[in-house]
Design a protein around this ligand. Sequence first.
Ligand code: 3PG
Length: 208
Amino acid sequence: MDKLDNLVARGPVVPVVVLDRVEDAVPLGRALLAGGVSTMEITLRTDAALGSIEAVAKDLPEMFVGAGTVVTTEDCQRVKDAGSEFMVSPGFHENLHKGALDTGLALLPGVATATDVVQALQFGYTRLKFFPAEASGGIAALKALTGPFPQLKICPTGGIGLSNAPDYLALDAVMCVGGSWLVPKAKIAAGEWDAITEIAAAAQALSR
Ligand code: 3PG
């Protein structure tokens, strides 16, 4: 099984995590695991990101931890060194492909247009993140975008929550959905781990 198959096999949702404090990473991971969610995409948007990936990789072996907002070949190496098992990017560039090859990490590149898709296909990527999903036109745009490319499997992300996730998951082209709604910043800051477990359980119960 390749690493992106593993990501998808774990459930219909991928939490997009933004952490300001490394010490929140493991309790957050435990809260998600308690709700049945065993993946975390920890975004490289804060200084705490790499330390958080490292802490989860070390303390929670049952969690499939990856890095989000990966943009450069250097990012690929840094997240690999921290213990990431996969990488997600909001976009795509040949240098990211190079970073994926150099590190051996699976890459989920981001696309929003047909040109983006054609570009990603040149490098063999058929599993893609549709980002920003809602702002790019939502379900209608995704249907139109995937029409010419039946080989694609998509993880829409951006503006998705519990209420609209089922509409995306009902599409054949959709393999999972991503979002930060699973891991609200305010609940992390307040250490409301039980509330996050409840959100995770509701998300994990969504069917595809
Ligand atoms: C991402 O990086 O994938 C997005 O920031 C997640 O979008 P959301 O916050 O609207 O879920």
